[in-house]
Design a protein. Sequence first.
Length: 94
Amino acid sequence: MTTYFFEQRRAFFEPILQDPIVRSAKKTGSALRFADAIARRLGRTHRYERTTPTGPHDEMLQNYLAGSRSGYCMHFAMTPALCLRLSGIPARLA
């Protein structure tokens, strides 16, 4: 998946990126604090399940972000990394 792929889906990430706590963490300039704020936000608004996210969208990630708001480890790991990348901070999953 390329950056273009995620730029086209930025709207699904905006509720996370516009969260006041996440925005405040980003202003500190610390990528670690920013990533932690994103992870904490997901912990408040999304739930862990062993099933594939469901919803009205064609893509699993979109359903995780804006559909059922439930997912498994891949979704909870991928979302902060993508939010960082969309914010101009280099990030990857290893």
